[in-house]
Design a protein around this ligand. Structure first.
Ligand code: ACM
Length: 533
């Protein structure tokens, strides 16, 4: 059991809560111009990060120790034999020294993130304020995550987020010890990743003529073009920036539904001829044809993704594919007959299986939304359970890995309260408290089945999130509560968490995050006249 009484650490509470923290009896450590740093080879990446981040916020030089030297010291190392769990660390702050030992390089990094939380909140600024004393309380923290998949999905298809915002988003995930950024790169409303072989995907598929505003019926439009995409170099930069913070970027190209932007660029991919990139929200009936040409096209697309993204997991979507067009499509019906697939669900399943085999042959693993269960699950597939927990339960029982992301507790596009002033309120209310109290492992699984749960993820769908400001408002502080759901072990009590969260908000404020205040939306975050659903 975690020692919750001692994790408050005065005004430096840790979020997410560590496995164990105990306050020492010494005075602790104050960083000064005389403070030196040291690291072994395996923690040198974290050292560079720490020097850059704390160097900026404190204005201290934090040079690497040369010989024995004088002055206080921050020392980092990796030791797989230190009795720590994967991604775990031990951090000891005492007079004269702060020592971080990671089980692995990720553990050393998380120890350094904890060290930053032990400093005043101004440690999250990018230039020093005068008059701040950079004190660290004497403490001994031993920590490791409960789950290995601690994810956030960002939908950059509905609204494009500039690269610099994605980089900043990664910094914020890492600050919360989250380690997967799932990028939803394609949808009916836009294609956001450059594919060398098929340039029209971004030339014409990356922008739309206008956008629906809110969820009113009949729809209201803004009359303003929207677009953007990441070049291959942008992607390489995002992936490397994430890797340096122990975040894996999982790419998603959504098939065979949610594909209008691709069909607009290459009409032979679809069943409906020329169609515009979609300007409204919802589920489109225009889906991919299941021809050899389409299969070849997407294998080539996934080959380029595999080149750009080192992630073991590659997401193929698979959600919300209406089967109407396939019922009357000559090529779809022929494929169903020739392959003995039974029906259109069997056809979708067949299509996903082809991609599964293709990715597996390249040493990767396919992950898809829980609709990939319908018509039979591909051999190596991992299931992302979003329509409740049922898909996750069924997949775990069938011996497949699962990531839990049920709408009711994981959809950060859902409104944060019943307050009518919440901006474009959609979905069921999902309060910070609800995210905090959710448990990733569905009830009713055996221990063995429960081990199939790799972890959990929150999803940020962006139909109604059109700017970085709004992104901050919808994601924080719910992502901080989520971090505790997936990182921390033991009982969770919101009354214990909330005071820590209040302190944690000072860090977000220092980092310039426009989080939703706990008491509701400020006037500038309301959207008068824009209808929700
Ligand atoms: C989804 O929300 N369509 C996965």
């Amino acid at each position: 059991m975690p020692d919750t009484s001692s994790t408050r650490l005065g005004d430096r509470p840790l979020v997410p809560r560590p496995v164990h923290a105990e306050q020492g009896t010494s005075e602790g450590l104050t960083l000064t111009a005389a403070t030196r740093v040291a690291a072994d080879a395996e923690s040198r990446g974290t050292l560079a990060w720490l020097q850059r981040e704390l160097g900026a916020s404190t204005g201290l030089p934090l040079p690497v120790r040369d010989g024995d030297g004088d002055g206080t010291l921050i020392r980092l190392s990796v030791d797989p034999d230190a009795g720590l769990a994967p991604e775990g660390y031990r951090l000891t702050v005492d007079t004269g020294e702060a020592v971080i030992v990671g089980h692995d390089p990720a553990g050393a990094f998380y120890g350094a993130q904890t060290l930053r939380q032990l400093l005043p909140a101004a440690a999250y600024r990018s230039a020093p304020l005068t008059g701040v004393e950079w004190t660290l309380p004497a403490v001994r923290v031993t920590d490791a995550p409960r789950f290995r998949w601690r994810g956030v999905m960002l939908d950059v298809a509905r609204h494009f987020m500039p690269k610099r915002e994605v980089l900043r988003f990664i910094d914020l995930l890492a600050a919360h010890k989250l380690n997967v950024l799932h990028l939803h790169l394609t949808d009916d409303q836009g294609w956001r990743v450059e594919i060398r072989r098929y340039p029209r995907l971004t030339e014409v598929g990356s922008w739309r003529a206008e956008s629906q505003v809110g969820a009113a019926a009949p729809p209201v439009f803004d009359g303003r073009p929207h677009g953007g995409f990441y070049t291959r170099d942008d992607i390489r930069e995002i992936v490397a920036h994430a890797a340096a913070r122990h975040v894996t970027v999982v790419p998603e190209v959504d098939v065979p539904g949610h594909s209008r932007a691709a069909i607009h660029a290459y009409p032979e991919l679809g069943e409906s001829g020329e169609i515009p990139v979609w300007t409204r929200w919802g589920i489109s009936g225009d889906v991919l044809a299941v021809t050899d040409h389409v299969l070849e096209f997407y294998k080539n697309v996934f080959d380029e993704l595999v080149e750009l993204f080192p992630s073991t997991y590659v997401h193929v979507g698979g959600d919300e594919c209406p089967k109407g067009q396939w019922k009357t499509s000559e090529s779809a019906q022929r494929r169903i007959r020739e392959e003995g697939l039974g029906d259109e669900d069997g056809l979708q399943s067949w299509f996903i299986r082809q991609l599964d085999a293709h990715l597996t042959a390249r040493g990767r693993r396919l992950v898809g939304w829980d609709e990939i269960l319908e018509g039979g699950l591909a051999d190596g597939a991992t299931v992302m359970s979003w329509r409740g927990e049922e898909g996750g339960v069924a997949a775990a029982r069938a011996g497949h890995d699962v990531v839990m992301t049920p709408t009711a507790t994981s959809y950060l596009d859902y409104k944060q309260s019943e307050d009518p002033d919440e901006p474009v309120p959609v979905g069921t209310p999902l309060r910070t408290e609800d995210v905090y109290l959710a448990d990733p492992v569905p009830g009713g699984l055996t221990e063995e089945e429960g081990r199939r749960v790799l972890g959990a993820q929150v999803n940020v769908w962006t139909e109604h999130i059109d700017t970085p400001r709004r992104l901050d408002y919808m994601v924080f502080p719910r992502a901080a509560a989520f971090a505790e759901q997936v990182w921390s072990s033991g009982e969770r009590d919101y009354a214990e968490f909330e005071p820590r969260l209040v302190h944690h908000l000072e860090r977000l404020e220092a980092a310039g995050v426009e989080y939703r205040p706990l008491d509701g939306p400020p006037p500038w975050h309301t959207r008068p006249g824009v209808r929700g659903r």
